[in-house]
Design a protein around this ligand. Structure first.
Ligand code: NAD
Ligand code: TYD
Length: 351
């Protein structure tokens, strides 16, 4: 095996696509997936690669420093791709401390364990941290986030991701740890947990439940198909320059309400419903606290310097996503049983 790579959070939405891409395209690498399997982690996401020779799953918590230190010392990784995190803004509003602990302390633990296991000899090593465009804050109607945009987090989630980014940079400046940070816009696609906008709307349309649009539905997000994010992570891991930040985005801005309408139209066709049937389910509900108006990423640096570009346009990606959810009812059943129902009740009943 030419390289041993740790992927954290590999049982989650984006992580599972990153694991699959690396396992399938690098038989010469050994891929270790470390995940705590929180509500968002699901090994069903990785059924198709779980028996591959170059893949191994380890259940563990990045917040448990003694475990992490021991794990790194035993495994001697060459590289780390760090995705494990609490990732949902609405949950961060309910429980900010959990986000600080997982996202900041968890990242710090990994940085320190990597540094110690590499004994300050960093030749051919890389710590790659997956961050988000949300660290840049909120845009008005014009402009884009570039890598030079000052961070200005506004939710507990984005504040915790910003905190982790700062520690990653500090390990680079203070100890020379080779690090890369990438900041991506909103992802969508198969295996997306139905607490986020697109899978939640798909799930509710299937079940004829109200479609809760926050505020007036005027907020704008820049959507990227998850496999395109995974391919960007792959390119950055292989060719990116240590110490750099790369923005990742699809140049694909949508107002929430327009996106929900488009989903309704796609699903009416797929479900053989009368035209306009799903749109009737749209319900405007109380806005999210501190709701960021607009995110929009400028990914010129990544496209020009490393030659990445997105491969799937939005209508095609959305249709693939809808098809995946319609073809995987067991997956949806499993993730929406029990705890999901309680979550849904507490988040949406009083909106
Ligand atoms: P997710 O919530 O689907 O998955 C997170 C994974 O991390 C889960 O498998 C979970 O079990 C694991 N995890 C959580 N706490 C852990 C802990 N203490 N120890 C070990 N594992 C733990 O998240 P996602 O949407 O796949 O996002 C992955 C990463 O990408 C996150 O760092 C997120 O901030 C970032 N990101 C997400 C988006 C997006 O649109 N979803 C966009 C840009 C960046
Ligand atoms: P989300 O998928 O939670 O991603 P993020 O907040 O990280 O961008 O939300 C995307 C957008 O959709 C955001 O503007 C909030 C909005 N939204 C709704 O209108 N209704 C919902 O039920 C959810 C979950 C989100």
């Amino acid at each position: 095996m030419s390289k041993k790579i740790l992927i954290t959070g590999g049982a989650g939405f984006i992580g599972s696509h990153v694991v699959r891409l690396f396992v399938k395209s690098h038989p010469e690498y050994s891929i270790v997936n470390l995940d705590k399997l929180t509500y968002a982690g699901n090994l069903e996401n990785l059924r198709d690669v779980e028996t591959n020779q170059n893949y191994r799953f380890v259940k563990g918590d990045i917040v448990d420093y003694e475990f992490i230190k021991e794990f790194f010392s035993k495994e001697q990784f060459d590289g780390v791709i760090h995705l494990a995190a609490e990732s949902h803004v609405d949950r961060s509003l309910e429980n900010p401390a959990e986000f600080a602990v997982t996202n900041i302390v968890g990242t710090l633990n990994l940085l320190q364990a990597a540094r110690l296991s590499w004994k300050d000899n960093f030749s051919k090593k890389l710590f790659y941290h997956i961050s988000t465009d949300e660290v840049y804050g909120s845009l008005d109607h014009g402009g884009f986030f570039t890598e030079e945009t000052p961070v200005d987090p506004r939710s507990p989630y984005s504040a915790s991701k910003t905190g982790s980014d700062h520690f990653v940079k500090a390990f680079h400046s203070s100890y020379g740890l080779p690090v890369i940070i990438s900041r991506c816009s909103n992802n969508y696609g198969p295996n997306h947990f139905p607490e986020k906008l697109i899978p939640l709307m798909i799930y509710n349309i299937i079940n004829n439940k109200p479609l809760p649009v926050y505020g007036k539905g005027e907020n704008v997000r820049d959507w990227l198909y998850v496999e395109d994010h995974a391919s960007a992570i792959h390119v950055i891991f292989e060719k990116g320059k240590a110490g750099e930040v790369y923005n990742i985005g699809g140049n694909n801005e949508w107002k929430n309400i327009d996106l929900v309408m488009m989903l309704c139209q796609i699903m009416d066709k797929k479900l053989n419903r009368e035209k306009g049937a799903s749109e009737k389910l749209i319900t405007y509900v109380k806005d999210r606290a501190g709701h960021d108006l607009r995110y929009a990423i400028d990914s010129t640096k990544l496209q020009h310097e490393l030659g990445w570009k997105p491969s799937i346009d939005f209508p095609a990606g959305l249709e693939k996503t809808v098809d995946w959810f319609l073809n995987n009812p067991e997956w949806l059943d499993h993730v929406t049983s029990g705890a999901y129902r309680e979550y849904y009740k507490s988040m949406y009943d009083n909106r």
